[in-house]
Design a protein around this ligand. Structure first.
Ligand SMILES: Nc1nc2c([nH]c(=O)n2[C@H]2C[C@H](O)[C@@H](COP(=O)(O)OP(=O)(O)OP(=O)(O)O)O2)c(=O)[nH]1
Length: 176
């Protein structure tokens, strides 16, 4: 899964981005339209893989950590699994362990990915991993203003972000 972009190369060999985050048919139509204008330029379409956001269902003593976002406005007040975008060259577990350290001040270990993936916006794909707490007591250092440990009976008592709700049955399986 990913998006498509249209590129252009001028006759000096310089490459430019013409348009990004398109569906394949739109990208191909746009490239063909520019091509048909007959300038001395090359146009082509490239597939761009989605950027991955990793959220961590952090488990400790039969409970999972929910975090309430403080920003940006579109998601502030919603509860999520803390995490963030993987940097180029980082694996999903590496990204998650780094983000949990930055956001909560803890050391955690990513265990396995839970089923499902969700498009947050074009080009940005959310995946959720189970993780276990290794050391530290989570604090809302960045991006969150409240944290709550939830057990099997209160897992649905917070206002989860839309995509996160879909993974809750799999998270419930990890709590006992
Ligand atoms: N981290 C996280 N983000 C989620 C979840 N569910 C969900 O819809 N999102 C959305 C909210 C954001 O729009 C986007 C993740 O961006 P982010 O702000 O956490 O990523 P980041 O820390 O790397 O951000 P940035 O500073 O690099 O922009 O995904 C979730 O469970 N965890």
């Amino acid at each position: 899964m990913g998006t498509y972009r249209v590129m252009r190369q001028d006759d000096n060999g310089n490459r430019f981005l013409v348009a990004a985050e398109l569906a394949r048919p739109e990208a191909e139509a746009l490239a063909a339209e520019f091509e048909a204008r007959g300038h001395k330029q090359l146009y082509w379409v490239e597939a761009v893989p989605n950027r991955i956001v990793v959220g961590g269902a952090l488990i400790h003593r039969g409970r999972v950590l929910a975090a309430r976002r403080s920003a940006p406005p579109e998601v502030a007040g919603g509860w999520e699994f803390p995490g963030g975008k993987a940097e180029p060259g980082e694996t999903e577990p590496e990204a998650l362990e780094r983000e949990l350290h930055e956001e909560l001040g803890v050391r955690a270990r990513a265990l396995h990915r839970l089923p499902g993936s969700w498009l947050v916006r074009p080009g940005l794909e959310l995946r959720i991993w189970a993780a276990e707490l290794v050391t530290g007591d989570p604090q809302p250092l960045q991006d969150h203003d409240q944290l709550r440990w939830l057990g099997p009976t209160d897992l649905t008592t917070v206002d989860w972000l839309t995509h996160d709700r879909e993974v809750l049955p799999h998270v419930a399986d990890l709590l006992h």
